[in-house]
Design a protein around this ligand. Sequence first.
Ligand SMILES: NC(=O)c1ccc[n+]([C@@H]2O[C@H](COP(=O)([O-])OP(=O)(O)OC[C@H]3O[C@@H](n4cnc5c(N)ncnc54)[C@H](O)[C@@H]3O)[C@@H](O)[C@H]2O)c1
Length: 241
Amino acid sequence: MQNKTAVITGAASGLGKAMAETFLRAGYRCLLGDINIANESQDENIIHKKVDVTQYNEVENLINTCVNQWGKVDVMINNAGIGPKKLVKTADFSFEDWENVIAVNQTGVFYGMKAALKQMLNQGHGNIINIASLAGLKASPNNISYSASKFAVVGMTKSAAMEYASKNIRINAICPGYTISPLLDKMFQYKPELEEALKKSIPLRRYGEANEIADAAIWLASDQSSYMMGQCITLDGGLSL
Ligand SMILES: NC(=O)c1ccc[n+]([C@@H]2O[C@H](COP(=O)([O-])OP(=O)(O)OC[C@H]3O[C@@H](n4cnc5c(N)ncnc54)[C@H](O)[C@@H]3O)[C@@H](O)[C@H]2O)c1
């Protein structure tokens, strides 16, 4: 993967961090963006840059940094995502938890695709991977904004994939089930009784590992998945069955 570049959002933690490690190991040059980066840094193969995916100018700046540094953006992974502060039924759901989750998970993915696509059209190729969720395929009670945002990511992935299929740009999504990460920890802190109960409902009887999601992402980014477009890979230990 010499000289291939990947931009990953939400790369400071969890799935994004695992994807960064996997792509770096495979020889990609990685631009790692996150809202939670104390010190920006840069060397030959890795740049850590602060970005808030809810701000289009910052996302555009992230893409421009990759192009200025390495000349192109081969892969864009729209991974940054959050959950609501409170898991409650729709009538009780706060406006804040609605707006914040939609801004990061849904609008952030639109901004990521828009900025990356402009560059990918210029360079004549590209590969976009959006991190959706099992919650984008089936019901997620007490989680209305997350549910809305992840169904939206699946829809945006399919619609945009059709638009750019003829331009040598592939767009796919990954729908992880419950995967060990700080995001999942936060949910279990809020509802500790869920941790064991949920595990029992997963046919593989365990939570996913972040590197298992990263392995799917690197396959989607590679030519080995060249006939795959507009699809969502579900990695959930069989939970959706
Ligand atoms: N962990 C799971 O079980 C699971 C399951 C399905 C889908 N997902 C999805 O995977 C993605 C990664 O989740 P994770 O579990 O690694 O969570 P995480 O909380 O460990 O990591 C998310 C990262 O996104 C960053 N981020 C948050 N808001 C941002 C913003 N406005 N701009 C830029 N960066 C921002 C955070 O700082 C954090 O580093 C999310 O889209 C999430 O919805 C996770």
